[in-house]
Design a protein around this ligand. Sequence first.
Ligand code: F0G
Length: 466
Amino acid sequence: MEMNRVPPKRRSWAEPWKVKVVEPLKTTTRDHRRKCMAEAGYNTFLLRSEDVYIDLLTDSGTSAMSDRQWAGMMLGDEAYAGSRNYYHLQEAVQTYYGYRYLVPTHQGRGAEHLLSRILIKPGDSVPGNMYFTTTRLHQELAGGRFVDCITPAAHDPADPSPFKGDFDLDALERLIGEVGAARIPYICVGATVNMAGGQPISMANMRAVRELATRHGIRVFLDATRAVENAYFIQQREPGHVDRSVASILREFCDLSDGCTMSGKKDAMVNIGGWLAMNDAELYQEAANLVVVYEGLHTYGGMAGRDMEAMAQGIVESVDDDHVRARVGQVEYLGQKLIDWGIPIVRPIGGHAVYLDAKAFYPHLPQDEFPAQRLAAELYLDSGVRAMERGIVSAGRDPATGDHHYPRLELVRLTIPRRVYTQAHMDVTAESVAAVHERRHEAKGLAMVFEPKYLRFFQARFESKD
Ligand code: F0G
């Protein structure tokens, strides 16, 4: 007899795009991967991408551009000065992010470099909601000291608080009391917070930071790299925002800051590009002058005209509600699968990535034997999935003492590029993580045998202790 099937109550979402061009992927044997991993010194940054099956190293510069972005590439006005594409980009930044002045840079760290050089004096303190690798380094190279003022919940991977990117406002006030507002050039706000697991900061907390900063006469600069994803989380989680568009939330959020640094390689879905933006005319003059020294003329800053056009179009697409929902939804799909299987990940699930908790995977490995570095290597060996260490190696050394920073979070990041992989790729990834989890008791530590001076995680080499 025919069963009377009831349709499911839950309605699925689907990606708001269809595939027009494909790039073939290669699978490899375990023996081949073992050879590649040894040659790469157990560092996934040192693998050749053709030896990788599913590449979850980063969402930076790895997203798929739309047909409209590719069409924009053909509209590149490759003039040295005053390119039409620069004015398109300026208009997109003014419309969606709301800043008056734009200085393009080759990518995010180019903007961080300019901002740090202009605003930070030796001995200054720069508070932020957890460090980011390149951001902190540029602050330090300018003579500053980064001071972490993120809420304590951010350091606990199991804490389910919805806004683990929030500032601890008391810590911020304490710092101002200790060093004085004059020694704080700006407050550096990350949205979302990458190293905390892609966690958002709430509108309420951002507003409080703004009020506090205004009271003390301190500037607020946003790292807007994934601010669109942050706006989506505000829409979903913060009371009073559910009926608003991501675009309007983004705009209100940015309006609480004085300017931003931006890596266009994430939210804006381009392969290269970034910018520094601000509302202050004097600061703009300084930045527009300094960019000429390090990046290029102030109307291209290291980007080709076609890249600026693709970024202008990417900004428009990035704030589309259906796009962000599907993008974060895919990350959520992978994360939820791992949670259902009892695999330790950072909760809540982040915006651009799922973060495996390597301390919980490998409690038998001390942190200075690099458990997350080992876990990322094991995942590659199992299936050819490439992830990234976000623990003690990424944290680097304290410039004052020379000792390792020992971050409480020892993580491996499975970073999802935008519009690139399908749900089936997420399934394959989850199954590989589960297989590595089953063998977790066998994992051995690593020894670091080569350590570069700056941002060591990119190029450090390791040997296995077995
Ligand atoms: N800020 C954040 C929060 C970032 O995630 C990045 C880059 C930057 C600044 C620097 O931008 O790479 O364009 O110079 N994050 C990449 C990642 C590298 O893999 O998370 P960039």
